[in-house]
Design a protein around this ligand. Structure first.
Ligand code: FE2
Length: 278
């Protein structure tokens, strides 16, 4: 009996939030292949901009490890260039993208259409907020230009938008702007998962922030005692470095309709470590 997912008209997309340091990478290596299998995931996108050992940027080696444990596309954000090798690596690695609205010209690209294992086409767009972030082009203008040129079902079967930003209002506004035109709009960067996963009015799955894949016994993934020293302006404070306890993998799983490219359902996903999935 031949039955693939196309017959059931369902596509399952897993999005994982910012991977932080070795703790995040170790947990992905250990758990991701099994999660993909158990949850019947067809496509995986994760934000990898804090994955390097220092907690900022990403390396070629880490990208390859992530791809080999089942990740399809890696998005980034304000720390994209913190490991200098990425300036070159991003030009030859199509599966690694950076915010589309970085100041032009910037190496790499912020949008690409990928082939999922089941043959369907998934567009992935990476954007970055303007408030409390590094200077970048106006994200709303960029989003509007993007939608003038690209259409769900014509240019791709599904569209995943990673909005890397600090403030909740920008993220929610972009969610509504893409409602009915994207499969998923998901926020990243704050490293704290929000409890507002829902399918918006016109069928786009949304969550304000995915949370991080890192150790939560920390201050947003960084060593908590050192972070406190920094806030207290203690002279002994060092540069931030990741907390290395067990990570919680955080993100969302979207159940998408193959006919429309829109979401049937979105589920908040938390696996392992200090956070409990209630
Ligand atoms: Fe960030």
């Amino acid at each position: 009996l031949y039955c693939n997912r196309k017959i059931f008209f369902i596509m399952k997309i897993l999005f994982l939030g910012d991977v932080v340091g070795s703790s995040g990478c170790d947990s992905l290596r250990k758990n991701l292949p099994e999660i993909i299998k158990n949850k019947k995931i067809d496509f995986v996108v994760l934000n990898g901009e804090n994955a390097a050992e220092q907690g900022v940027g990403i390396t070629e080696k880490i990208c390859n490890e992530m791809f080999s444990c089942g990740v399809d596309v890696i998005t980034t954000g304000n720390h994209v260039w913190d490991q200098k090798e990425t300036l070159h690596h991003i030009e030859k690695e199509n599966r690694l993208i950076r915010p589309e609205n970085l100041i032009k010209p910037s190496p790499g690209r912020g949008f690409k259409v990928f082939d999922a294992k089941n043959g369907l086409k998934v567009g992935v767009l990476n954007l970055m907020g303007n408030v409390f972030m590094k200077k970048c082009d106006d994200v709303f203008v960029e989003a509007e230009n993007f939608l003038k040129k690209n259409t769900l079902k014509d240019d791709y079967d599904f569209l995943v938008v990673d909005f890397h930003g600090e403030i909740t209002s920008e993220k929610m506004a972009i969610g509504h702007f893409f409602d009915g035109k994207a499969t998923l709009v998901i926020g990243t960067h704050t490293h704290v998962p929000t409890n507002d996963a829902r399918v918006l009015e016109n069928g786009t799955a949304y969550q304000t922030d995915a949370g991080m894949c890192g150790n939560y016994n920390s201050v947003i993934g960084m060593d908590k005692l050192n972070s406190l020293k920094k806030f207290f302006k203690n002279k002994e404070a060092k540069k931030h470095f990741p907390a290395n306890g067990e990570a919680s993998l955080c993100g969302v799983i979207v159940d998408a309709n193959i006919e429309t490219g829109l979401a049937n359902e979105i589920e908040n996903f938390i696996h392992g470590g200090d956070l409990k999935n209630s």
